[in-house]
Design a protein around this ligand. Structure first.
Ligand SMILES: [Zn+2]
Length: 379
């Protein structure tokens, strides 16, 4: 019964997609899905968590698309550190009739030497290695309530058993593989990382989406060198720019156009390659005052790019300070030893238009929890 239901459904979407595909050649809506989030960190590196890197790269990619591709809408499945159930991610893409779904992830391995990037489309996995990647990425649903129902019986523990599910994306497979190939070629051309190729496996986050969809493993968080690259502004921009160029090529192919593909150096801001010295300098300068006691500050803004502290947005803010966390710049105003004063200033900032302002606390330049701050204050 269940199998018949699946087949009927698949036939239906296959027919619809074929009819639809002939008329829908304009690529003007792209969904970017930063893997994991919230209490589901994904793979853990020595200095970072997958969920933070995928978010930083996704935000950069969104920004680059807006800057370089007029008329293309970008939707994110998440723009901050929260957990979104996997079926809701493809659901969002379907509801919005997106033309392309890009899920961004980091690989990991017990072999610390494993390295490189690979792009997956939905489909039958041919190797144990591909199955292992899918199993890891699908594991998040095991802690979701009702996962059996929401994923129509998909077995996340044995992705190789889900043969029927690999048919779900059949109608889009050719396009997905084509795009995956473009992504791999761009990565190979624009980064010094190893090209692990285009692959297929059954991914929960892909199978329910009704459009060409890929999952990109942008590198190994378990490899020290690669993790450092994934955490750097340069690395994140080179990866985002590579995906952007692949999108441009894919758009040309689908739309039958010949629009020039922007060069890497026009896509990536100059400051990414020049700013290292300048940014560490002003961060450290202010950190050096943070020695004796925890300092409460009010976080008002975060952005994948560095914003000048004399930016007009900050004109009503006192004691500006910024720090970088997992590739994202965070801006704070105010500095207090007394947390009640900090909360009062937070209230004032909210009135000035910083609705999302919240108190954060630092000790010797490092962000700490309120609990740790309380302990230090009662010492
Ligand atoms: Zn992942």
């Amino acid at each position: 019964m269940k199998i018949q239901k699946h087949i009927a459904f698949l036939l239906l979407i296959f027919l619809c997609a074929n009819v639809f595909a002939q008329h829908n050649t304009i690529i003007d809506k792209i969904v970017i899905d930063p893997g994991h989030g919230g209490d589901k960190p994904g793979a853990i590196g020595s200095k970072s968590k997958e969920k933070d890197i995928t978010l930083a790269v996704a935000l950069k990619l969104g920004k680059l698309i807006k800057q370089n591709l007029n008329g293309v809408d970008v939707l994110f499945t998440r723009t901050d550190d929260r957990d979104i159930e996997l079926y809701k991610r493809s659901q969002k893409a379907n509801k919005n009739n997106a033309d392309l779904f890009i899920s961004i992830h980091c690989n990991s391995s017990t072999n610390k030497d494993s390295k490189g990037f690979e792009t997956f489309a939905m489909g039958f996995a041919k190797t144990a290695q591909n199955i292992a990647v899918a199993k890891k990425e699908n594991a998040d649903i095991l802690s979701e309530a009702n996962y059996q129902k929401n994923y129509e019986g998909f077995d996340p523990n044995a992705p190789e058993n889900n043969v029927l599910f690999s048919l779900y994306q059949t109608a889009y497979m050719e396009s997905s593989l084509k795009f995956a190939d473009m992504v791999q070629k761009e990565f190979a051309h624009n980064t010094t990382m190893q090209n692990r190729g285009v692959k297929q496996a059954n991914f929960v986050v892909l199978f329910q989406s009704a459009m060409p969809s890929v999952l990109i493993e942008i590198g190994f968080i378990s490899n020290k060198q690669e993790e450092a690259y994934l955490l750097s502004d340069k690395g994140q921009y080179e990866i985002a720019a590579s995906i952007l160029r692949a999108i441009c090529k894919y758009k040309n192919m689908k739309e039958g156009t010949d629009t020039p593909i922007p060069a890497l150096k026009t896509i990536i801001p100059d400051s990414v390659y020049n700013k290292k010295e300048e940014t560490t300098k002003d961060t450290i300068k202010i950190d050096s005052t943070d020695n004796e006691k925890p300092i409460y500050r009010i976080q008002i803004l975060s952005d994948p790019d560095k914003i000048a502290l004399d930016d007009s947005r900050f004109k009503d803010c006192d004691s500006l300070w910024c720090y970088q966390q997992q590739g994202i710049w965070k801006y704070t105003s105010g500095a207090f030893f007394d947390r009640n004063q900090a909360w009062e200033y937070q209230r004032q900032l909210k009135e000035k238009g910083f609705g999302d302002a919240f108190v954060v606390v630092f000790y010797k330049g490092k962000r700490i929890s309120f609990e740790e701050a309380n302990k230090l204050n009662t010492k």
